[in-house]
Design a protein around this ligand. Sequence first.
Ligand code: GLY
Ligand code: MN
Ligand code: MN
Length: 430
Amino acid sequence: MIRPQLAEFMRRMDPNSVAIIPSAREATRSNDTQYRFRQDSDFLYLTGFEEPEAIAVVAPAREQKYTLFVRPRDPEREIWDGRRAGVEGAKDEFGADEALPIVEFDEKLQDILDGPEKLYYRLGVNPDLDDTIIRQIARMRALNRKPIHPPQTIIDPATIVHEMRVLKTPEEIELMQRAADIAAEAHVEAMKAARPGMKEYEIEALIEQIFRRLGAAAPAYTSIIGAGVNATVLHYINNDGELRDGDLLLIDAGAEYRGYASDITRTFPINGRYTKAQREIYDLVLEAQMSCVEMVRPGTTHDQLKSHSIEVLTKGMVRLGLLKGDPAELIKEKKYEQFYMHGLGHMLGIDVHDVGRYYHDKESRALEPGVVMTVEPGLYINPNTKDIPEQYLGIGIRIEDDVLCTPNGPRVLTNKVPKKADEIEKLMAR
Ligand code: GLY
Ligand code: MN
Ligand code: MN
């Protein structure tokens, strides 16, 4: 049985076409050691096959519609690197009509390319394979007095696959809920464990221990554990600072569960109580966050969400004295960017920053049922900022949830982690 995703991809392909979809490649970490392998997201989505050195060939008009090129079984190599599905497994376990050893791909390429008018292949990801395919097409063009016809058009398969990935099926939503639940539990435990004097990496270890214990393959991205001013560095990943009494801790950490990401941020007081200044900024970010979550409904565009967050935050910053002037004017001049310099959120799925277009013909895309996106406004007040109330210097706050758009409105996948200041304080007091 092939995956429903692959069947749907085949239905959407041009009838007279072939697709070549490669796996990810192993990456060297240093000398002869490798990073833990992570499958290419499109390949995983279509095939469910988790090994490197594989290529899927999909040809809807042929009798063998789905061919997988894979590493064959090899008892000696399997002692070192573990079990391989092999050519038998590619058919029996993964539903390929035909499976061949990966070393035979080059010699089969002419047959693969001969006939279909269109080739679905994503150029620019794997330069070696790009070269192999382009050279093969060029060789076939030169044989124009023979009955050999290479494809005339090369189309990015992402035009189909990425649009499919934008809309999650019920099965995918279940996996994403599990990824969200795992990360939620880790965030709750981090809130309970944080104490002045700890190091950021102790919290990182605690969170990632929980991810693995609950069955996640890994963090979905490098965890951000930023205490005090480190919370104002957007991509802070050193995680080696100290948790100080009176400071906030920003944790942006999500789990990858069976290929699907979660992405949660919470910002809480290390000693369990927000100061008045921290609470003022926190409540403003929360107001923006919660009102944007409410807008995650069919028809709302990405740009409307961002604009709404800018409006709430700018008005609030004028109230608090971080910005001076007329909010409408300040928005026009983008003055908020000094403190709110990133997007409101992004689509979420197999990639944490998931695929799919945000604009169609320059028009911001509207949300639809099945879209999962993050809602993550923040304010980051550089400690060297001039002419603002000094109690706010060095505060960095982001609040991030993962939200499914449904016909009836937002469903927050990550609502098991408290986010109201009182609820967080109550949890930490226990
Ligand atoms: N953790 C990455 C992001 O929030 O987009
Ligand atoms: Mn995010
Ligand atoms: Mn995040």
